[in-house]
Design a protein. Structure first.
Length: 430
């Protein structure tokens, strides 16, 4: 395990009064990840360092500090997630990470989930915006500009499970039968059912909705849609919607227009709810708050993606939606991701995809996910000049049809590049 440097206040990012304080040479830890992680990390680091140097001419610099997690950590230390790594992330507040290996079905818990839980990174931020030159199944992919806020610590990711046939499962089934017979009656095959519980709290729901609203207002977005499955799961998913509306209407009354309130007004006055669309034009300066059933959101995202602006949703819905939205603009290879606690300021910026072991070490992986995540990190630091250089360099590279192997067969007249060559092209086009 690499030793941590003695903390030097001048090098450590601080959060004072809810505002980030970034030195000119901050220490930022990184976890290179497993599988394709090392090669996409090298590409992303090269691009970031090139942008910072070009933007600030040596006045600013990132001091990288490697931390261990995943397969590399296990091989070197015997631990998948060493305590030293968690301590460093808490000390330096901000980090970057490549994809990590986690055995499926049994064994250790998900390392991503563990990091989110230990640091209380309750916000998963996933911007989805089309870049010309990337492959898309849509006729007008330029209409896709959606920012997804996913609750990151509750729902099934904090769920409680009981294995089918286990004593614990049977105990719970018996408890339902004796105390909640109506609920028990919903079990089609109680003796063989595995049982799972999904906790969704008011506190957890309110803080992610508040974060999404504040971000949308700060960035002058037009609407925020609460995505849920409240038509079926009324006391979890439905409560998420109700708590979200209540928070918006109580705490942001002067800055938002609530479709929930509009519909109630329309019903009382006899006005058709459809006429409320006119309010968009009349009140363009306010953020529109509305809700949508999750299955309808999938359909809307494909047919009319321009109707979705900022969306906020529960954990599992966000897990599904974020990957589906990424497919509209090129796939997970070009999908950035950030896990953030906007109260403490702690944040991890990461590749949204997996380790892709089949192509690991071949220098053919697409590093765009981690590169775009670095854009999120640079903007989080307030280093917008460097972020703009990275984003513009990537945009120009894709527009010129210089792509990695995952895009090559999907883009006409494309030039095939390796991972490292792709990074060099981005730097040349900054």
């Amino acid at each position: 395990m690499p030793k941590l440097p003695s903390p030097v206040n001048e090098q450590i990012i601080q959060f004072i009064g809810g505002k980030i304080q970034v030195p000119d040479q901050p220490v930022i830890p990184y976890i290179e990840g497993d599988g394709v992680g090392p090669e996409i990390w090298r590409a992303a680091r090269q691009v970031m360092e090139g942008a910072v140097e070009l933007a600030y001419q040596g006045k600013r610099q990132i001091l990288w500090k490697e931390l261990l997690a995943g397969g590399k950590a296990f091989n070197l230390t015997g631990s998948w997630l060493p305590q030293e790594t968690l301590l460093a992330l808490k000390t330096y507040h901000i980090g970057m990470k490549g994809p990590l290996t986690t055995p499926i079905g049994e064994g250790i818990r998900s390392l991503n989930v563990a990091l989110r839980k230990e640091l209380d990174l309750y916000t998963s931020l996933r911007p989805v915006k089309y870049m010309p030159g990337a492959p898309s199944p849509l006729q007008k992919p330029e209409n896709v500009d959606i920012v997804l806020f996913r609750e990151n610590t509750e729902d099934v990711y904090a769920g409680i499970e009981f294995e089918s046939g286990s004593v614990d499962a049977q105990t719970l089934v018996t408890f339902l039968q004796e105390r909640f017979p109506d609920s028990y009656a919903r079990l089609r095959f109680p003796s063989s059912s595995a049982i799972g519980l999904k906790p969704i709290s008011r506190e957890g729901s309110e803080r992610i909705v508040r974060t999404a609203i504040e971000w949308a207002l700060h960035n002058h977005r037009k609407s925020l849609t609460i995505i849920h499955k409240g038509n079926i799961m009324k006391y979890t998913e439905g409560a998420f919607m109700k708590w979200g509306y209540a928070l918006a209407e109580n705490d942001f009354a002067e800055q938002i227009y609530s479709m929930h309130q509009w519909k109630e007004t329309a019903q009382k006055s006899g006005e058709a709810a459809a006429n409320l669309e006119l309010e968009y034009a009349k009140n363009a300066g306010r953020l529109i708050i509305r809700d949508m059933i999750v299955d309808a959101a999938f359909e809307r995202a494909i047919i009319h993606p321009q109707d979705l602006d900022v969306i906020v949703t529960t954990n599992l819905n966000g897990d599904y939606l974020s990957d589906a939205l990424a497919a509209l603009v090129g796939g997970l290879g070009i999908a950035p991701g950030a896990n953030i606690n906007f109260v403490t300021g702690d944040a991890i910026f990461e590749a949204a995809h997996g380790t892709a072991p089949a192509i690991a070490g071949k220098n053919i992986a697409n590093p765009s996910s981690l590169i775009l995540s670095s854009v999120l990190m640079l903007r989080y630091l307030g280093w917008n000049e460097a972020a703009n250089l990275v984003e513009n360099g990537l945009r120009k590279t894709l527009a010129s049809r210089h792509v990695t192997a995952d895009f090559y067969d999907q883009v006409k007249n494309a030039t095939l590049l390796s991972t490292s060559e792709f990074a060099e092209q981005i730097i040349q086009r900054m």
